[in-house]
Design a protein around this ligand. Structure first.
Ligand SMILES: Nc1nc2c(ncn2[C@@H]2O[C@H](COP(=O)(O)OP(=O)(O)OP(=O)(O)O)[C@@H](O)[C@H]2O)c(=O)[nH]1
Ligand SMILES: [Mg+2]
Length: 421
């Protein structure tokens, strides 16, 4: 099956041309190739866990329809975008069978003894153009499970680890996952409704939360069956959603945070591609004006005196007012950044990188239309542009040292814009 939805965007096209023309220095070429690959395919979300841990139910809940249902287990089950609803079943002997419909249809796997190695489901769900969902089962002896985990980690952009208890052997398995993947992973405590019935949910959450905070983006108790019912049960609101149940099942929190994580990853990839093109792309692409904010991760740009003055009707502006406003905006953003990060342990580095980059872009946005007005404004605009690139490089490192560098770049620019004492 071909996923032909992933047509090349203009940005990916330019990156591809830059790579083919050999314009990227050797030390950036691998990074550029990996980036291009990521830009051309949907974000790979892998739902992983032991047999029967509730993976298929979670995927159905995310899709808002019973697509996998009780279909027999396979080593790997992919759900991705397609123009129609159809499934493909690959057996251990290499045979491939097609089915028009869903894997959950009772007629899909007619032979109960059939050992499916790999299942694929295509759905005309536009959300799947941005992400594909893959269920991977950790089966066999611990060494086999560990090998499956390693493969899954190399394949996944985001991991959802499903477990009803996150037992010691599961913890040992997860310990081998590289930190950069852990930073993009969710621990889903599945079948939470059963724990509620037994009265053990609270104590389990208390016991697991510190570990989850260290090893994952967070702990997500989930009653997936109820989360699906909230969407298909003919609920109260206009869209047929039972908001109360969607919320209380844990579905809403997991879904919203997953979408946010996907958006963040996408934004970071686009930023990196843009930076590479600005540095090394074709001459007409280099140092081009920054793009307007693209994604939810970027704060909305408030119209200010400075940005309002960017209208072509009003080309002259009081330089001091413009710079004073830019300085005030950096201070305001820095306070917001500090408030957002306060108390976060470990420190919320993404908040620092996003905040610093957004501030810098707003400054650039306000300076650019007036850069020709004076040598000082032109020099400051160039400094902001260089700062933007340094910040993007800092973002790649994602460590505390880089976060300090990011804030330093911002403060340096603010100092340069301040009136002489
Ligand atoms: N009560 C309750 N049952 C659930 C929940 N999630 C899954 N189940 C049930 O648990 C059983 C296993 O769930 P699946 O989603 O098939 O688990 P799986 O991890 O995909 O299983 P394999 O693919 O066989 O490894 C099924 O009978 C589900 O209906 C839940 O949140 N609450
Ligand atoms: Mg399953």
């Amino acid at each position: 099956m071909i996923n032909d939805a992933a047509a090349m965007t203009p940005l990916a096209g330019q990156l591809s041309e830059t790579l083919h023309a050999g314009l990227l220095p050797r030390q950036y070429a691998d990074w550029g190739k990996r980036l291009l690959q990521r830009l051309q395919q949907p974000v790979q979300v892998v739902v992983i866990g032991l047999p029967g841990s509730g993976k298929s139910a979670l995927i159905d809940m995310l899709l808002g329809q019973p697509v996998l249902g009780q279909c027999p287990s396979a080593g790997m089950t992919e759900v991705r975008f397609g123009t129609s609803c159809r499934a493909e079943i690959e057996t251990a002997d290499g045979a491939i069978r097609h089915h028009e419909g869903r894997l959950s249809d009772p007629s899909t796997l007619t032979d109960p003894g059939l050992a499916a190695l790999r299942l694929r489901q295509e759905l005309p769900d536009p959300r799947l153009q941005g992400m594909s969902l893959t269920e991977i089962t950790l089966f066999g002896a611990p060494s086999r499970q560990s090998a499956i985990m390693t493969q899954a980690v190399s394949y996944a952009d985001i991991l959802l680890f499903c477990s009803t208890e996150f037992s010691a052997p599961e913890q040992a398995l997860w310990a081998g996952v590289p930190d950069e993947r852990k930073d993009h992973s969710f621990l889903v405590l599945t079948m939470a409704d059963r724990r509620i019935m037994r009265g053990t949910l609270e104590e389990t959450i208390t016991a697991l939360e510190p570990l989850a905070a260290q090893e994952f983006l967070g702990l997500y108790p989930l009653a997936a069956v109820q989360g699906l019912t909230a969407q298909v049960g003919g609920g109260a609101d206009q869209a047929g959603l039972d908001r109360q149940l969607w919320h209380s099942s844990g579905g809403k929190r997991l879904y919203d945070d997953l979408v946010h994580q996907i958006d963040q990853g996408r934004t970071s990839d686009l930023d990196q591609a843009e930076m590479l093109l600005r540095q090394f792309g074709p001459p007409d692409r280099r140092k081009a004006a920054p793009q307007p904010p693209r994604a939810a991760a970027e704060v909305a740009t408030r119209p200010t005196a400075a940005t309002a003055a960017a209208s072509p009707m009003q080309t002259q502006i009081n330089e001091q007012d413009l710079l004073a406003e830019a300085c005030a905006m950096i201070r305001e953003q820095a306070e917001r950044m500090l408030a957002g990060c306060e108390g976060a342990e470990p420190p919320d580095l993404a908040c620092v990188f996003d905040g610093a980059l957004n501030s810098l872009r707003q400054v650039l946005h306000s300076l650019e239309p007036h850069a020709a007005q004076s040598p000082r404004l032109r020099a400051l605009k160039d400094a902001a542009q260089d700062g933007e690139e340094v910040l993007m490089l800092c973002q790649l490192e994602q460590n505390e040292e880089a976060a300090i560098d990011a804030v330093t770049v911002l403060m340096q620019l603010r100092r340069e814009m301040s009136p002489p004492a």
